[in-house]
Design a protein around this ligand. Structure first.
Ligand code: MN
Length: 231
């Protein structure tokens, strides 16, 4: 029999699902930029309600809860961004805001790790953000908790500690564009598919981490996540 592929297909990226032995196979990772006004302000942006914008990370940048990851190369300013993560269970195009939550399989908490110096250079030179955002191990993500179990969180504390000190502390009710809007907007530009994840943006308090730091994030009523930066 002839094999279909020259090289073996790459492993399927996936995340754990709370209460399940089976995992959630991940297709793409969409991320929302500047979705909390206080974070937009700290990044020097105008927090008025501009239309949302998006970027992507490769699915194989996912990192599981409890992992230790190396400090990435070519940066001196690796920063944490704690975010609510939405796992899409049913795809679609032009999904109406009112119907959007029916497309959600579940929710988790993630960290949009960012090489801020490379992102800033990209902004300054009007280049893509990929090198600042989509590097190896840049997408830590907790287990996904099913919406059928926890519901659809519209409010709740979202916070992150570094070595036990609170660095980011917000609430989901501060999202400029809530989950349903993000799904509606993305699906107007690209067909969403089962397996897609959406990192929904971060509240204020982003900052640098260094080798040896322990990052713990939590969205109340959803999930928690712990990641260590290797020494
Ligand atoms: Mn982010």
């Amino acid at each position: 029999m002839t094999d279909a592929y020259i090289l073996p297909p790459p492993p399927q990226p996936s995340v754990a699902v709370a209460g399940e032995t089976r995992r959630f196979a991940v297709r793409r990772i969409f991320c929302v930029g500047r979705n909390y006004a206080d974070h937009a302000r700290e990044m020097g942006a105008d927090p008025t309600r501009e239309l949302p914008f998006f970027f992507c990370k490769p699915a194989d940048a996912l990192v599981a809860d409890g992992s230790t990851i190396p400090y990435p190369p070519q940066t001196r300013d690796l920063q944490h961004e704690i975010e609510l993560v939405v796992a899409i269970g049913k795809g679609g195009s032009n999904i109406a805001r009112e119907a959007a939550l029916a497309h959600v399989f579940g929710y988790g908490v993630g960290i949009d790790l960012t090489r801020r110096d490379l992102q800033q250079e990209a902004k300054d030179k009007k280049r893509p953000w990929d090198w600042g955002k989509g590097f190896d191990n840049s997408a830590p993500c907790s287990a996904i908790h099913k919406a059928a179990t926890i519901g659809h969180p519209g409010a709740g504390r979202i916070h992150l500690t570094v070595n036990g000190a609170v660095k980011q502390d917000g609430n989901l009710d501060q999202l400029i564009w809530p989950v349903a809007d993000c799904i509606a907007f993305i699906s107007q530009s690209m067909a969403l598919a089962a397996g897609d994840l959406i990192y929904t943006g971060t509240p204020a308090g982003v900052g640098a981490v260094v080798a040896g730091d322990v990052l713990k994030g939590e969205v109340a009523g959803v999930a928690s996540l712990s990641i260590t930066i290797a020494r």
